[in-house]
Ligand binder design. Sequence first.
Ligand code: NAD
Length: 272
Amino acid sequence: HLQDTITLNNGVKMPGFGLGVYKVEDGDVVIHSVKTAIEHGYRSIDTASFYDNETGVGQAIKESGVPREELFITSKVWNDDQGYEQTLQSFETSLKKLGVDYLDLYLIHWPVKDMYKDTWRAMEKLYEDGKIRAIGVSNFHIQHLENLLADCTVKPVINQVEYHPHLTQVELHTFCKRENIQLEAWSPLKRGKLFDDPTIIDIADKHGKTPAQVILRWDLQNDVVTIPKSITEERIIENANIYDFSLTDEEMNKISELNKNDRAGTNPDRYD
Ligand code: NAD
């Protein structure tokens, strides 16, 4: 079931669901969580140089025994490494740490002012050299995307942003749909701060599912790629078990109406 894929604007296929590893300690902890996820059918892993666990992610990939081409590995270039030359270098460091010879997806982590266009040119170069199958951005507001789209050669395939029932990003999502840029949700579970919402609990009870499963199912039905994080085997299994039920239109709307434009993480405005 986890093989459900979406097709990006350059034709590359990507799983609609994956594992996030932000704040997962490098070494045994990240190795265990990534291997556990892969054993339970996950094929997409979302890391970043900033997470400082690419080495462990790479180790887990190797130990999993799953062929590289069946996995979808995402990493991101960190703010301090932006700029043309630095990005090329940082990419090589990520490859080396991950122990792979290509990435499936590479993202600009944040829209650092006066830097992200040069960063993008390096991403385009790496893409054209065949070292990355798809390139995208993260935490881009509409104005950042417009600015990038105005003079890029390769269009970003994805914008990975904070997205959950308290932050539904309606305008940004509409813009991305129009531009054929896939939206991907980070902190889809608002880092655990949505589970006591009575609307979500009520819908979960009706389906015999957990609040986490309802929220992640809502992502899928909204055509948003989702990458919940967990290091607990039980939850890793639970989060992926969202392909045997559907939310009704009414339930989808009720969840979307919980929006209050409330962030758990940083607002990208901070980089303007
Ligand atoms: P999340 O919303 O995925 O929440 C994770 C937390 O929720 C876990 O630590 C755990 O405490 C809890 N949880 C997970 N599954 C649960 C379950 N079934 N039941 C109860 N509790 C559960 O938060 P996140 O880690 O911030 O976001 C997911 C991923 O998104 C990250 O790991 C990372 O890969 C990515 N991310 C990207 C950015 C970015 O700037 N691009 C920023 C933050 C996160």
